[in-house]
Design a protein around this ligand. Structure first.
Ligand code: FAD
Length: 458
């Protein structure tokens, strides 16, 4: 199968955001293609499938993802540390598709041909590089892009070669393997502590630094040498801004900093990493930090693919610009949600958070239904901030719930914060599996943890 001619690079003009499309097929099933089965895309596919389960002439729903398993991204730092559910971090898309009644397509979206309504997927290869399936296309009536995001290295030299970015489960597993290898090296060579530098003092960096610290203490207990050191890990968290957790109130950020420093994690504020080497990080004041393991957790960018999306308008952070109804401003057949989308008109950007993607999934399930019935969704999408919680490892967390005005809300820390944090994941599991199966999954994980070491040792 050959790809059609390359799409033009220039935007094709701005579509009327409220335009209803008279070309949606009459008498045949419309096809809704969702690309990206993360926090937003998977929740949308399940909600739409449930909505149409017993309705005649329901649309054909296809969810496409580059991988076979769905991983809840907010657990990536736990997968990296080895403290996540030990039976394996993913849920099979094929199982979810069969259970809920949508089709699943394994493939990495490569580009779009908007005039022909074609989404093109890259050839599929096995682990040896042999081709399993050629480049192929899916024709859509409506397309939802839920492609997530990647970190922004701001062009810093050495990031690609010497740092791990926590963009997906493969990165988290690679980080875990590196962590174990460094522990073994320290054990065998009688060296240590293991020097780790985490760059980026947002929620991801803070959670990762705390989780790695806890995991290293647990791993050290199984060794002979590391357990004798006062601290098996020396972790430094580097942040270019004046404080940690810029998106959260100052009091919450101070609490997080206090907890990290109490555990011996060095917090280095108002410093930028300017070069990453194989065993060091250089800061903008010339200081060199030893680092056997460097993690880049700063910045958010839309996927590198967005410029290949046939001229869909994007912002400087490569996010697809959408209307208040989550339609691309360049094409009313295309919707975008979650980390890969940004509001074209709002004065404030949306936060790159799972709760935003979940709220957009709920909204789009209704908006797409209205659209397929030739109606306009009357209300625009409005993000309701239910608060933010940050885990600090060892069943600790800090955060703010129900912030009605900036800085005002219910401040939590300790067990209550941890419980509130866990509900975001519980709610996601309930959407995936239904409430009884979600409870069974949680119970299963809890029982498994009782019979396994508290941290994954392979
Ligand atoms: C360590 C960490 C902790 C976090 N903690 C929290 C938290 O506590 N609370 C919170 O609200 N948010 C948290 N977040 C942010 C949250 O995970 C994201 O905002 C959320 O997952 C975004 O959802 P999404 O659907 O846009 O994308 P994702 O969940 O990232 O899903 C994107 C999907 O698209 C697929 N994909 C990507 N490119 C392609 C392609 N070309 N073709 C096909 N498929 C593709 C991917 O395989 C993936 O399945 C955290 C993030 C991290 C990294």
């Amino acid at each position: 199968m050959n790809a059609p001619a390359a799409p033009p690079g220039e935007p094709r003009g701005v579509a009327d955001p409220d335009m209803l499309d008279s070309e949606l097929p009459a008498g045949r099933r419309s096809r809704v293609l969702i690309v990206g089965g993360g926090a937003g895309g998977l929740a949308l596919a399940i909600r739409l499938a449930r909505q149409y389960r017993h309705r005649p002439l329901s649309p054909e729903l296809i969810l496409a993802d580059a991988t076979l398993t769905h991983v809840w991204k907010p657990t990536l730092h736990e997968i990296a540390a080895g403290t996540a559910a030990l039976e394996g971090p993913g849920t099979d898309f094929l199982m979810l598709a069969r259970r809920h009644g949508f089709a699943f397509h394994l493939g990495r979206l490569e580009r779009l041909d908007r005039a022909r309504r074609q989404a093109w997927f890259a050839p599929l290869e096995d682990a040896t590089g042999a081709e399993i399936a050629p480049r192929r296309t899916i024709v859509y009536d409506l397309l939802v892009l839920a492609l997530g995001s990647v970190v922004n290295d701001f062009g810093t030299p050495g990031v690609g070669q010497h740092a791990i970015a926590l963009d997906g489960p493969a990165d988290a597993q690679r980080l875990h393997q590196r962590l174990l290898a460094e522990c073994v090296r320290a054990e065998v060579q009688g060296a240590g502590p293991v020097a780790i530098v985490v760059i980026g003092g947002g929620a991801t960096g803070v959670e990762l630094a705390a989780e790695l610290d806890g995991a290293l203490s647990s791993v050290a207990r199984f060794g002979r040498h590391l357990r004798q050191l006062e601290r098996p890990a020396h972790i430094t968290l580097v942040e270019s801004g004046p404080r940690l957790l810029a998106a959260l109130p100052e009091a919450v950020a101070e609490r997080a900093r206090f907890e990290l420093e109490q555990r011996g994690i060095a917090v280095c504020l108002q410093r930028r990493a300017v070069e990453i080497g194989p065993r060091h990080v250089m800061l903008d004041d010339g200081r060199i930090l030893d680092s056997t393991l460097t993690v880049w957790a700063a910045g958010v960018l839309g996927p590198a693919l967005t410029p290949a999306l046939d001229g869909l308008a994007t912002n400087a952070a490569r996010q697809i610009l959408v209307t208040a109804g989550l339609q691309s401003i360049s094409d009313p057949r295309i919707y975008a949600m979650g980390d890969c989308a940004a509001p074209a008109a709002a004065d404030k950007p949306w936060p790159p958070r799972a709760q935003l993607a979940q709220q957009q999934a709920t909204y789009l399930a209704l908006a797409l239904d209205a659209r397929l019935h030739g109606e306009v969704m009357p209300q625009p999408f409005v993000f309701r901030d239910r608060g933010s919680l940050v885990t600090l490892g060892g069943r600790r967390a800090v955060g703010l719930l129900l912030p009605r005005r900036p800085g005002l809300g219910l401040r939590l820390h300790g067990w209550s914060a941890m419980l509130a944090y866990a509900t975001l994941h519980w709610r996601h599991l309930a959407v995936l599996h239904g409430i009884p199966a979600a409870l069974a999954t949680l119970l299963g994980r809890w029982l498994l943890k009782r019979s396994q070491p508290s941290v994954k040792l392979h």
